[in-house]
Ligand binder design. Sequence first.
Ligand code: ZN
Length: 143
Amino acid sequence: MEMFNMVCTECNKVNSIQSKVENTLILCTQCQADLDDPFPIEVTDESCAIHIAHSDIAVLVDFYSTSCGPCMAMYDDYEEAALGFGSSVRFLKINADIQQKVAQEHNVSALPTIIAFKKGEEINRISRQLSQVELTIWAKSLV
Ligand SMILES: [Zn+2]
């Protein structure tokens, strides 16, 4: 039986999931949160590192700052794009002004920067504002 890991967005527990049946609810074994909830979540350096290291699904991390115009302009588009993906891609957001460790580790020098990770490795990055359509196309290519 093939298993894959998903990190709970509520409690950061690494859940080991059996290959998924469509339209079934997958709940965190620790806190019962819905692991398929596609809504982008705000992460800290600590929780971001757990998602990057322990997710078998693709993880997108949006490094933003509230003082960055293009970052804030992309805010709704990022959310809308995320809602089209369930458990296949995890959309995360990190405020790089406050949480600086992950940004430094990955040499994020411009905002916004969105980095795609899979199984702990960076696989791609884009450092500019993306439209909802561009985000969706990119995320689909990661599944
Ligand atoms: Zn949980």
